[in-house]
Write a new protein. Structure first.
Ligand SMILES: Cc1cc2nc3c(=O)[nH]c(=O)nc-3n(C[C@H](O)[C@H](O)[C@H](O)COP(=O)(O)OP(=O)(O)OC[C@H]3O[C@@H](n4cnc5c(N)ncnc54)[C@H](O)[C@@H]3O)c2cc1C
Ligand SMILES: *[C@@H]1O[C@H](CO)[C@@H](O)[C@H](O)[C@H]1NC(C)=O
Ligand SMILES: *[C@@H]1O[C@H](CO)[C@@H](O)[C@H](O)[C@H]1NC(C)=O
Ligand SMILES: *[C@@H]1O[C@H](CO)[C@@H](O)[C@H](O)[C@H]1NC(C)=O
Ligand SMILES: *[C@@H]1O[C@H](CO)[C@@H](O)[C@H](O)[C@H]1NC(C)=O
Length: 532
């Protein structure tokens, strides 16, 4: 009872401390004044600046999170160097201002540029900090948070055709938010995730210090390698290992419809893809397609692959382990590793690789997504149930990502990312639409939740695992206690994302950021009783 009253009292104090900012111009002004010692023109944008919305929009990948119902920041600050980041953190902490941090803007729920908690808030946008320093002698690269992975791949390939980076498939992902959440890509079966290849990092802590691996300590360095963005500090840059790639790799994209035996082929894929040679990564993109010349739709399963080797060895592997796909030499292209990046990201071969330097995404839409991890093959009857439900939705997409190889050999506790041995594949569900209407959003959310419920019988259980970089604010919502901000609710999504690593993340958080300065809807919470 006493602690309950104390909590109420403390909450009131927090509210009171916010009252001084009841006017939004005041928070903008105070923060701006505090930053003014930097004398950095064109780095501070308020909504009255004609360039504000363009800047807010530039990297917002999910258009849903720009809809009017999502709160907008009072200002955006674009630091040019690490000292600017330190100053922003120190000012915000002193003034009690809530900050959000954005690097590539690909957060699935937009928590990097919108906030439903503690308004008002200001966005620190890292997009002007994108230096990349490749060091072939050291077999490593230092890359700043605002760079996209596409720029990173380009700069590495520019120096060497036999070095690559193990990170995401989508080339417009920001290094700052992406790597810290795990970062898988088409070389994960060979080299693991981005975090498995992270050597060092520079971060700004809640007290404004700039720390590297040695000064932050191994616990914090463990936590940021998978604990995801916005919980521990501002990632200023990462040092990543360069991994060897052959000068010639092979890619293919082969689609099979239901009429072409897709169900049986996909049933077989589940049994072979996690056990292929580590050099081979074959994912499956599943979506409805029109049957040409009719008004009917069918399901297309597109096998999209990278092989770290030449076409002849690939054909031998496919012929012996997966003849059902019927892969032919003419389906395959031998390319450089950088060209394979473009291919897997879905760019037509007419787009030159230097497009990656623009940092632009291949597409934008309104979407809701979720993820699952599958440990036992889904039977053909289950696949048929999927097709039936898929054909009822406008633009659903599933991406099945094979595990196994290196992923199964890294212990679950070596980084916060726990989805390792025993996982056959990860499934991502996406439903997208093209109008900024609440009704459309409601309708597609409803379908997605229905579909996710159906998939429960085939997914991992206790916990039902999910990938933190595919942030899903639905997780934990169904819990009976109803308090969406409670520690118990966090334990629910926390176990889904991190399994037994969650409590260690909480412990590190409680020691490293005891005031919970870095927070968002799904940031790592501090231990109850340690708050404010
Ligand atoms: C189209 C698309 C394709 C994707 N493909 C892949 C893929 O192939 N592999 C994969 O692993 N994931 C993939 N993802 C998921 C992606 O890894 C996450 O969305 C990731 O968080 C994006 O990082 P960002 O910097 O672009 O996003 P942001 O929205 O900028 O940030 C994401 C989170 O990190 C925080 N954050 C941002 N910058 C910093 C910083 N400098 N320091 C601390 N915290 C920060 C934010 O507050 C937010 O919580 C994809 C996402 C999309 C939309
Ligand atoms: C807006 O952006 C344009 C082009 O980048 C620039 O010339 C102009 O000065 C900016 N306006 C303001 C008010 O910052
Ligand atoms: C920003 O995005 C919103 C939502 O998609 C749109 O309504 C608006 O016109 C965009 N503004 C600019 C300047 O790009
Ligand atoms: C595939 O294997 C079969 C026998 O297992 C063989 O007859 C055929 O030539 C092989 N095809 C290729 C392309 O390797
Ligand atoms: C928790 O979230 C659900 C779903 O968004 C919402 O309906 C409910 O009102 C929330 N409860 C609290 C106490 O905020």
């Amino acid at each position: 009872m006493a602690s309950f009253l104390l909590l109420r009292f403390l909450k009131l104090l927090v509210i009171l401390s916010l009252v001084q900012f009841s006017s939004s111009t005041q928070i903008q002004h105070t923060f701006y004044q505090c930053l003014s010692i930097l004398q950095a023109p064109n780095t501070f944008f308020t909504p009255t600046n004609p360039n504000f919305t363009t800047l807010l929009n530039t990297t917002a990948e999910n258009l849903r999170c720009l809809m009017p119902l999502y709160p907008k920041p009072q200002a955006i600050f674009t630091p040019l160097n690490e000292y600017h980041v330190q100053t922003a953190v120190i000012c915000a902490k002193k003034l009690g201002i809530h900050l959000r941090f954005r690097s590539g803007g690909h957060d699935y729920e937009g928590v990097s540029y919108t906030s439903a908690m503690d308004p008002p808030f200001i966005v620190i946008d890292m997009s002007k900090m994108r230096d990349i320093n490749v060091d072939l002698d050291d077999n490593s690269v230092w890359v700043e948070a605002g760079a996209t992975v596409g720029e990173l791949y380009y700069r590495v390939a520019e120096k060497s055709s036999t070095h690559g980076i193990a990170a995401g498939l989508c080339t417009s992902l920001g290094v700052g938010g992406h790597i810290t959440g795990g970062a898988y890509g088409s070389m994960m079966r060979k080299y693991g995730l981005g975090v498995d290849n992270a050597l060092d990092a520079k971060i700004v802590s809640a007290d404004g210090k700039i720390l590297d691996r040695v000064s932050m300590g191994e616990d914090v360095f463990w936590a940021i390698r998978g604990g995801a963005g916005g919980s521990y500090g501002v990632i200023v840059s990462w040092k990543l290992r360069l991994v060897p790639v052959p000068a010639t790799v092979t890619v293919f994209n082969v689609a099979r419809t239901l009429e072409q035996g897709a169900t049986k082929i996909l049933y077989k894929w589940q049994q072979v893809a996690p056990h292929f040679d580590d050099d081979l990564f074959v994912r499956v993109m599943i979506s409805p397609v029109d049957i040409s010349g009719t008004t009917k739709r069918t399901i297309s399963t597109a096998y999209n692959a990278l092989f770290l080797g030449e076409v002849d060895r690939l054909l031998e592997i496919m012929n012996s382990s997966f003849p059902e796909l019927g892969l032919k030499k003419s389906d395959c292209s031998e390319v450089s590793w950088l060209e394979s990046v473009m291919f897997i990201a879905g760019f037509p071969s007419t787009v030159p690789t230097n497009f990656l330097l623009t940092g632009k995404p291949a597409f934008l839409n309104y979407f809701k997504a979720k993820s699952d991890f599958v440990k036992h093959p889904i039977p053909e009857t289950g696949l048929e149930g999927i097709w039936k439900r898929f054909l009822k939705e406008d633009h659903p997409l599933m991406i099945w990502n094979p595990y196994g190889g290196m992923m199964g050999r890294i212990p679950e506790s070596s980084t916060p990312f726990p989805h390792r041995n025993g996982v056959l594949f990860k499934v991502q569900y996406v439903t997208s639409w093209s109008v900024p209407e609440k009704d459309a959003m409601k309708k597609h959310y409803k379908w997605m939740r229905m579909f996710y419920t159906y998939m429960g019988q085939y997914a991992s259980t206790n916990p039902r695992q999910a990938y933190v970089n595919y942030r899903d604010l639905d997780l934990g919502m169904n819990d009976k206690n109803g308090d969406n901000t409670s520690f118990e609710k966090a334990c629910s999504w926390g176990r889904s994302y991190f399994k037994d690593n969650f409590m260690r993340l909480v412990k590190v958080k409680s020691e490293f950021d005891p005031d919970n300065f870095f927070r968002h809807e799904q940031s790592i919470p501090i231990l109850p009783g340690k708050s404010f």
